[in-house]
Design a protein around this ligand. Sequence first.
Ligand code: AMP
Length: 275
Amino acid sequence: MKVIREIDEMKREKLGRPSGFVPTMGYLHDGHLSLVRRSVGDNSSTVVSIFVNPTQFGPGEDYDRYPRDEGRDLSLLEKEGVDVVFIPRARDMYPAGFDTWVEVRGITDRLEGEKRPGHFRGVATVVLKLFNIVKPDRAYFGEKDYQQLLVIKKMVRELDLDIEIIPCPTVREEDGLAMSSRNTYLTPEERKVAPVIYRSLLLGRELYMKGERDAGVIKREMERLLCSEPLISIDYISVSDPDTLAELSEIKDRARILVAVRLGKARLIDNIAIP
Ligand code: AMP
């Protein structure tokens, strides 16, 4: 397994084709590794990037304390049969004077885009840069970050990029909590409470399955469940169109329920498909 830190060296690397790419911010868990396994299975070569991207964090967010463990990440990736790990430096990705940005409009107006101004501009910009440097045939993204997945798909479509985006299902802990590097922020007490996030999504889906179509009713019931845990504060609960993320008042045949909560120092997001 090759570890590449220089952008020019990554650009020159001759990858086996087709090549798969898994962009990450490191501190890897089984969610990341499920994407890696999928890519290793589908492609002749796999590149994983580890880059905690400063431009997607807002002021006062967790960029400085975001968990990092490069040694552990590298040994996990080696075991998965990854060919190249790309670990660029922030000063090389964003040299002094850098001022070119990718703005994916519309779909970024709400939810994470609204709560984290500038977040998706940072995400789209870094992902386009990584695509240009790595030049993969396919790239793997988790449904855990559902809005991000839609933003990347839209960018690829509208900028005519020749990269196939492969969505991968959310990997969960045994109690349902979606795996996330940010789960390490939770105290043992908060960790015990955290599975209520997924339980609220299951409740939302169950109400739909029992015939409820009023999104307001579904959101109120979910809110009641989440509020039964005093440590949790809700950022948003949304019943959205699964393609445009427009808020729905009534569910016809498909929807996506998305939630964001604060729990102690962590801000956690999760979502579920309806039906
Ligand atoms: P991150 O390191 O958080 O930027 O995530 C890198 C990639 O892994 C993104 O495509 C995420 O959506 C994906 N990912 C993160 N957590 C999970 C999970 N629990 N299940 C599946 N994919 C995930």
